[in-house]
Design a protein around this ligand. Structure first.
Ligand code: 13P
Length: 318
């Protein structure tokens, strides 16, 4: 059942983080729902601009509606990831999305505020929740590419001013992570000092951590052993998710890790089956492996096992 992102945040704040997972196709959708139902975790489905145009924007909506029937126990929100103004308005108008992200973080502070404010007004008029970003993550996320030199941590004082002036519902903060499979080129890690300062200025306000894939080293090694070339790939230490959740991080975005599972499964399968050309046997392995990955991630986020409490809070009859 689709629920509002706001309710998910209210239930989770300070206790655990909700996994926000990107999907692009049928197999990811099945694996995501199965993994979350198996681990009894609420979740957020993220659809990026690129995912909307991969086939047709209505295709993923159709998949999600069907998955909702196949997995009646699932409680989730549907979110536009890294939208611009145009895609935000399109999703707000569609009536399908629980929340949108307006990413004007590449603009100057005042332009980011003005753009975010416009989207907030349009979204709130329809009861839709808005995430915005302040500061800049390094790395590549579809149309958003930021060099490490231009990456900028969120300024805690600006964060407070930004939230007050825009009326936004959650804030994506740059606290040391980056998008993609090549994070932390040096020894840097999550900046809990910055996060602590942001939470002090915005107590009770949901914060979002982008770029949170952990890029498991065994996954990278298996991909490389099966012909991949991902030397030096590195990610976030996911044992730190619960500490981040205590400091107000309520939504944690994970996309790259799912792509790595897909890459490993497909590379290994076709290496072991050079005669193969049927997409279903490998698709089945991927769905099962992705569901396992999602369930184990939800344990790290603390969202595993929270479904019954959330259902009681929302007074949803199972
Ligand atoms: P990763 O690249 O670390 O998975 O981050 C994804 C993300 O933040 C999507 O918005």
């Amino acid at each position: 059942m689709i629920v509002t992102t706001k309710k998910l945040f209210e239930a989770a704040y300070g206790k655990y983080a909700i996994g926000a997972y990107n999907i692009n196709n049928l197999e990811q959708t099945m694996g995501l729902f199965k993994g979350c139902v198996d681990s009894k975790a609420p979740f957020i489905i993220q659809i990026s601009k690129g995912a909307r145009s991969y086939t047709h924007k209505l295709m993923l909506e159709g998949l999600i509606r069907s998955a909702d029937q196949v997995f009646p126990d699932a409680l989730f929100a549907v979110h536009l990831d890294h939208g611009d103004e145009e895609s935000c308005y399109d999703c707000i108008k569609s009536g399908f999305y629980s929340s949108v992200m307006i990413d004007a973080s590449g603009e100057d502070f005042e332009t980011n505020i003005a753009t975010t404010r416009r989207v907030v007004e349009a979204a709130h008029a329809k009861g839709i929740v808005v995430e915005a970003e302040l500061g800049q993550l390094g790395g590549v996320e579809e149309h958003v590419a930021v060099s490490e030199a231009n990456a900028k941590l969120t300024d805690p004082d600006q964060a407070k001013e930004f939230v007050t002036r825009t009326g936004v519902d959650s804030l994506a903060c740059a606290i040391g992570t980056s998008h993609g499979a090549f994070k932390f080129t040096g020894t840097q890690g999550l900046r809990f000092d910055v996060l602590t300062e942001i939470q002090k200025r915005l107590p009770g306000f949901p914060l979002v951590m982008h770029g949170s894939s952990s890029v498991p080293q065994d996954e990278v090694a298996r991909i490389n052993a099966a012909g991949g070339k991902l030397q030096g790939a590195k990610g976030v230490d996911d044992t730190q998710f619960k500490r981040a959740a205590e400091l107000g991080v309520t939504k944690i975005n994970i996309d790259t890790d799912g792509r790595l599972v897909w890459t490993r499964v497909h590379r290994e399968y076709f290496l072991q089956h050079p005669e193969g050309f049927d997409l279903r046997p490998v698709g089945k392995i991927f769905m099962a492996e992705y569901a396992k990955f999602i369930a184990s991630k939800n344990e790290k986020l603390g969202s595993a096992g929270q479904l019954d409490a959330l259902r009681a809070m929302l007074q949803v009859v199972a």
